[in-house]
Write a protein that binds this ligand. Structure first.
Ligand code: NAP
Length: 297
């Protein structure tokens, strides 16, 4: 036999703090499930040390990494980001491509793949979508909706100027709206997506009358702590099709795993159950600790 023995590929999630990230649980589940000799670790890296860490990924034995709070914007300047990361203004996945550090944002495909799984053919019937929120997650959702040809995307945000700022980036399909206009736009929301933090444990509720939505509307919520938000509960009570935040979280992990470990993994009920158990409130119902779990995704 000739040649050196190659080390098993390793990836990690880089954050500060990083203890509550569910990415190790997801990726190590897949590594074990597919019998791949690889490793996925947590790396707690301060903002001061992030640039040096990103620049030394290969030397540390990594083929790539997830990037989480607070490094997603800084990741853009340290790598070669793709179009979607550039449009969103943040990257959550690094991979080394023949020595070049590339970056993408997998929330786009996470959102779309989850919607495809929960409401097949949704894009055949939807002409108008309503998005609540105009932050980083909203940008990923808008990118995905534009890519699927949705012609009218109403973006309702508390700070109107942030919604307005998305139109030059994503084009004339984006229609900014004031938060006070929410009730008026719901009647024509064939697809409603909450990308705000409202409804998340420890945050105010999303005060919205689901009864105003069309009878065939689809409702998605990016919040996954709690798993079933008030918005999703209301939509399900009306028998509307829904897509939850945990589904998006699981689907967004697929691309990173594929890039690093050269196998496209599946989002299965078994994986979902594993993460659901991890997200389950502790016996003393420590709401604060749980909210931190989502914030650090
Ligand atoms: P962000 O950039 O901080 O944006 C937060 C958004 O929420 C803004 O539009 C903000 O409005 C709005 N908001 C906050 N408090 C509000 C209030 N009291 N009333 C009305 N609007 C309010 O955060 P992000 O990165 O976009 O994340 C948003 C949510 O998506 C978080 O819950 C995050 O965990 C979740 N997320 C989930 C996934 C997943 O895989 N499931 C992926 C990404 C994000 P202003 O502009 O007026 O401040």
């Amino acid at each position: 036999m000739t040649g050196a023995v190659r080390a098993a590929p390793a990836a990690c999630v880089i954050g500060w703090p990083v203890a509550h990230s569910r990415s190790p649980l997801i990726h190590n589940y897949w590594l074990q499930h597919y019998g791949i000799a690889g490793e996925y670790r947590r790396e707690a890296v301060t903002p001061e040390d992030f640039a040096a860490f990103a620049g030394s990924l290969a030397a540390r034995g990594y083929v790539g990494a997830n990037v989480t709070v607070p490094h997603k914007e800084a990741a853009m300047t340290l790598s070669l980001p793709d179009d979607r990361a550039r449009a969103i203004g943040a990257a959550n996945t690094f991979w080394l491509d023949r020595g070049i550090l590339r970056a993408t944002n997998t929330d786009v495909e996470g959102f779309l793949a989850n919607l495809d799984a929960c409401a097949p053919d949704w894009d055949r019937g939807v002409r108008q979508a309503v998005i609540l929120g105009a932050g980083g997650a909203a940008r990923a959702v808008i990118y995905g909706l534009v890519a699927r040809g949705i012609g009218r995307i109403v973006v309702v945000n508390r700070t109107f100027e942030r919604a307005e700022a998305l139109r030059p980036i994503f084009g004339t399909a984006v229609l900014p709206a004031h938060w006070q206009d929410l009730t008026a736009v719901l009647a024509r929301a064939e697809l409603l997506i909450n990308t705000t933090t409202l409804g998340m444990e420890g945050q105010p509720n999303l005060d919205l009358d689901v009864g105003l939505l069309p009878s065939d509307a689809i409702v998605a919520d990016l919040v996954y702590v709690p798993l079933v938000t008030g918005l999703l509960r209301g939509a399900r009570a009306r028998n509307l099709r829904t897509a939850d935040g945990l589904g998006m979280l699981l689907h967004q992990a697929v691309r990173g795993f594929t890039l690093w470990f050269r196998r496209t993994p599946e989002v299965t009920p078994e994986l979902r159950a594993l993460i659901e158990a991890d997200l389950a409130p502790p016996p003393d119902n420590a709401a604060h600790a749980n909210a931190a779990k989502q914030a650090e995704h």
